[in-house]
Design a protein around this ligand. Sequence first.
Ligand code: PNS
Length: 164
Amino acid sequence: MKQLAIYPGTFDPFTNGHLDVLERALTIFDQVMVVIAENSKKQTLFSVEERCEMIETITEPLSGTRVEVLHGGLLAEYARNVGATAIIRGVRQVKDFEYEFQMSLLNRHLNPEVTTVFLMPNVKYTYVASSIIREVALLGGDVSKFVHPFVLKMLQKKYEEQNT
Ligand code: PNS
């Protein structure tokens, strides 16, 4: 039976660190579904449609991936509905762990059939976070080492919109 994992996140924007984690997950699972969580309470730079477009473009060369959106509701329920056996989460530093540990145990409580798998990205992405990428890019800094060229273009567009 094919093993399906879901890789959820806000991905605002999707970084090379996210891509690294996704590629690692694809070496373990047959299929990895990237799930963009829509959160009406969270202000994002990119709309769900923009994030979907960026992730679909970036992951186009990878087989075994697809992109979906979680329009509210619980991730644990979503995992059950799509038949996923694992939730992939990237951890970069020890400080990520407390929140991730809490989420994984809660998700396991809500859906005992799903296991959270933590993957560490390449050490060169240890300090790469979407929040810092957004901040640097909107202040005109160079983030080309940390995002795909397509994301870079989208960030540059936001920068121009903000400065016109
Ligand atoms: O990239 P992020 O913002 O760290 O991702 C957090 C995310 C989207 C994985 C988390 O907020 C989530 O799972 N949201 C869906 C709603 C849910 O199930 N919440 C309870 C988690 S225990």
